[in-house]
Design a protein around this ligand. Structure first.
Ligand code: MG
Length: 185
């Protein structure tokens, strides 16, 4: 199931951002994103995979964050998520079974039921967790997306390549040095 996943479709509030919506005095929406999720998405795209954002709300914060992460397929203000999900599949010529959808609320259930791999963050509502194939240990906006990406890339044998380019930069001998925590007898 996981080995053929190449498209990741993400809800925004409660998934890519935490579920809180902060409004300033001018009514501008402020959202909290997590840099581990952002970096994970960069690894995901670098692995040759695709990503899209599908949100019920329209906000500048969401479109700005998507642009920052290099996600071009951005669908905001979508009340009925299933037709938009189908549109995204068509856009990427992807099948539902090769797609992972991450959602946290009831509106996400229809696309989650279609997706080959459905993921819910730890703080998703119970109904969503029940239809998910996997519930992350991390919450929405707090590493749930990173965890999903690491899980899939690890399964596909691609995560090691992601980490190797950083590990290889360790000064020689450092990696071989005894680590009293890791190498405890
Ligand atoms: Mg949501």
């Amino acid at each position: 199931m996981l080995d053929s996943i190449g498209l990741l479709v993400l809800d925004v509030d409660g998934v890519l951002a935490d579920g809180r919506i902060v409004l300033d005095a001018r009514g501008t929406e402020v959202k909290t994103f997590h840099c581990l999720d952002g970096q994970g998405l960069k690894y995901w795209l670098r692995a040759g995979h695709q990503a899209a954002v599908l949100s019920g709300r329209a906000s500048k914060a969401a479109s700005r964050r998507a642009a920052e992460l290099g996600i071009e397929a951005v669908y905001l203000g979508i009340k009925d998520k299933l037709p938009a999900f189908e549109k995204i599949l068509k856009r990427f010529r992807a099948s539902a079974e090769n797609t992972c959808y991450v959602g946290d609320d009831l509106v996400d259930i229809p696309p989650m039921a279609r997706a080959g791999f459905a993921v819910a963050p730890a703080d998703a509502v119970d109904e969503v967790k029940r239809v998910a194939h996997y519930v992350t240990a991390a919450g929405g906006g707090a590493g749930a997306v990173r965890e999903t990406i690491e899980l899939i890339l690890s399964y596909q044998g691609l995560w090691d390549g992601v980490t190797r380019r950083y590990r290889d930069r360790l000064p020689s001998g450092l990696a071989a040095r005894r680590n009293p925590w890791r190498d405890r007898p």
